[in-house]
Design a protein around this ligand. Structure first.
Ligand SMILES: *Cc1c(COP(=O)(O)O)cnc(C)c1O
Length: 385
């Protein structure tokens, strides 16, 4: 048999694949499993969006290859929404590119800028796609530890000058998966200043900007002065509108970076199915109303989960955004030991923190994309007494 390429042999096991395998084993034993593992909303896409897609499906023009960068109507809806939501001006023609889910864009961006041996800075713990995409492009992902004492923001002052000089790209993502931490303007200002000083591109992943609680509204990296000179922001309809299966997202910001990402895409994929873009356009044009209803459900669950975890004596910061609780593992366990115990003894799937990087050791991530919150916490609690 022909040997696999180095880039495949170097891959860590995909986090959720491993957990899925263990979960299947437990289900086979007849256990009623509650899955608080993946960040995939269990609630269906709002029916108004589905209706738009149904109509668009009948239109034969939509059956042909879509444009690579996306329909102008979709990109205009993106720009309009950014203006309404963040007060950021975007030219839909040059500063917006549609993506087949933001994961696609995140995975392709390094191909545009990273050559063999180039450095890219990535958060640890972090979305596993960042380091893998850098590695696939032949580069080296340098981890920026996210520590609780820094509010799970990277300590920018502690990054080696040599590394900053060699870095071509920095990934950041707030509201953060997995820690649920948020970033404010001062942090983004520091990032922009550093990017200008050392000349690297910033890729901000803002997939969770609309999954927020208690009236808090996350900001965009692009709200900061000068941000558009150095970077882009990834966004997705997946979380905002319960549309993970539809595969639609976008990147906005610096026109050269958007064009470079577009160039990679032109040579690899063929754009988003236009019926999905029409649905996405409708969703963005009606974002406030559609997302408002979705958030109500998650706010209730967040409140329930917070109360139950507190009662059970777990240590965590109350998430102001995202689907996630980033919880300290009880004393005497590693992340892997505790999450395995929860699955095997209690039928609860949560994600071990170290699966997102070494700095995640000592934590586990609970996702509230499952309605069985109280029941789940009862079981988690019974695992530690
Ligand atoms: C869910 C998620 C995304 C969005 O993925 P899509 O490909 O748009 O579905 C991006 N970044 C992070 C950190 C996520 O958790």
């Amino acid at each position: 048999m022909i040997e696999l390429a180095e880039r495949i042999k170097k891959l860590p096991p995909y986090l959720f694949a491993e957990i899925d395998r263990l979960k299947e084993e437990v289900i086979k034993e007849g256990v009623d499993v509650i899955d608080l593992g993946v960040g995939d909303p269990d609630i269906p896409t709002p029916k108004e969006i589905v209706e738009v897609a149904k109509k668009a499906l009948e239109n034969q023009e939509n059956h042909r290859y879509p444009s690579y960068v996306g329909m102008l109507s979709f990109r205009k809806a993106v720009a309009d929404w950014y203006k309404r939501r963040f007060n950021v001006e975007l030219d839909p023609e040059t500063e917006v590119v549609s993506l087949i889910g933001s994961k696609e864009g995140i995975a392709h961006l390094p191909l545009a800028y990273i050559d063999k041996g180039d450095y890219a800075l990535v958060p640890d713990p972090g979305y596993p796609v960042y380091p893998v995409a850098v590695m696939f492009a032949g580069g080296e992902a340098v981890k920026m530890p996210l520590k609780e004492e820094n509010g799970f923001l990277p300590d920018l002052d502690s990054i080696d000058k040599d590394i900053l000089e060699k870095a071509k790209l920095m990934f950041i993502g707030y509201p953060n998966n997995p820690t649920s931490a948020i970033a404010e303007k001062e942090f983004y200002e520091k990032v922009v200043a550093l990017a200008k000083e050392y000349d690297f591109i910033v890729a901000s992943d803002n997939a969770y900007s609309e999954i927020c609680y208690d009236g808090y509204k996350p900001i965009s990296f692009l709200e900061v002065e000068g941000a558009k000179d150095v970077g882009i922001e990834f966004h997705s309809l997946s979380k905002t509108f319960n549309m993970t299966g539809w595969r639609i997202g976008f990147a906005v910001g610096n026109r050269d970076v958007i064009a470079a990402l577009g160039k990679v895409k032109t040579n690899i994929d063929s754009g988003i199915f236009q019926a999905v873009q029409e649905a996405g356009t409708y969703a963005l044009n009606n974002a406030e109303e559609l997302n408002g209803k979705i958030i109500k459900v998650f706010q209730e669950r967040r409140d329930k989960m917070a109360e139950a975890l507190k009662k059970a004596g777990f240590e965590f910061n109350l998430p102001k955004a995202t689907f996630y609780f980033w919880v300290k593992v009880p004393e005497g366990y590693t992340s892997a030991e505790f999450t395995k115990k929860l699955l095997k003894e209690k039928g609860i799937v949560v994600t071990p923190g170290n699966g997102f990087g070494d700095t995640g050791e000592g934590y586990f991530r609970i996702s509230i994309t499952n309605p069985r919150i109280e029941e789940a916490v009862e079981r988690i609690k019974s695992a530690v007494v």
